[in-house]
Write a protein that binds this ligand. Structure first.
Ligand SMILES: *[C@@H]1O[C@H](CO)[C@@H](O)[C@H](O)[C@H]1NC(C)=O
Length: 251
């Protein structure tokens, strides 16, 4: 934990060092919004939307990888109790579809350093390998193999809290908190090779999971939300720590 914080601080210092050496100009792909814009939310919405092709491809000069697919190395879910008492590990997770986001609503409060976005995602396909052992809704489940899932009609709420940090006489935004909350409209989940590849048991279990996908998805959701929030918090800070506020959000 402390190591991570230390690395993060070092990263901030390094990126700030870079700024003092060469004051970077904002690349043309950033649409600048003005603080005095009476419809600042609308401007930021367009600015984020114009980043879409870049987020899809990645932004090498900012060390931001491609979001299509979004890659998550590992998610561990260790539920002790509840309806899903399960230890499961998901690896090499690839999420296809995040770049198709539609921003439905955006609320910016500069005074309170807060921003809230409502985003709609038509479809996400998630492919990963899994290992699990435990119980889902009282039913024993175990296996290891490939997992594929489709989630559709997803309403996401993204909340950002920022603070201003000063370095070498310049003010920068720092994203302090980044929260993501999903509301999934529909899901189809499939685990290959459940129960050591027992076909009948595996098929029955997959049917059972899909009949109860809401409970299953609700158990996995918080951990996934945290991982996705952490990824986008890092991306946002890579941009914010490089360009001072007067460049990103001039008067
Ligand atoms: C997910 O959707 C794709 C088509 O978009 C389909 O080929 C695939 O079989 C679906 N997967 C599951 C687990 O339903």
């Amino acid at each position: 934990m402390f190591q991570k914080i230390f690395l993060c601080i070092t990263f901030i210092q390094l990126s700030l060092l870079e700024i003092t050496i060469s004051t970077p100009k904002l690349p043309t792909y950033f649409k600048i919004c003005h603080k005095s814009d009476p419809d600042l939310g609308k401007c930021i919405k367009r600015s984020v939307e114009e980043l879409r092709p870049l987020l899809t491809k990645g932004i090498p000069e900012l060390n931001i990888p491609s979001c299509e697919p979004l890659c998550i190395p590992e998610v561990v879910i260790d539920q002790g109790t509840g309806s899903v008492a399960l230890k499961s590990v998901y690896k090499d997770i690839k999420v296809y579809g995040p770049s198709k986001f539609v921003i439905k609503q955006i609320k910016v409060d500069l005074e309170k350093n807060k921003m809230r976005m409502k985003v709609w995602l038509p479809h996400l396909e998630v492919i990963c390998t899994y290992t699990m052992d435990g119980k889902i809704l009282m039913m024993p489940i175990s296996g290891t193999g490939l997992s594929r899932a489709n989630y559709s009609d997803i309403e996401a709420t993204v909340t950002l809290r920022t603070e201003k940090i000063k370095k070498d006489g310049e003010l920068y935004y720092n994203v302090k908190d980044f929260y993501v909350n999903f509301d999934i409209g529909h899901a189809q989940i499939f685990f290959e090779d459940l129960f050591n590849g027992d076909k009948d048991l595996g098929e029955a279990m997959n049917l059972f999971i899909n009949d109860n996908w809401k409970q299953v998805a609700n158990e996995i959701k918080p951990v996934l939300e945290d991982h996705i929030a952490a990824i986008f918090k890092k991306f946002a800070n890579k941009i914010f720590h490089k360009y001072p506020i007067k460049t990103i959000l001039p008067e």
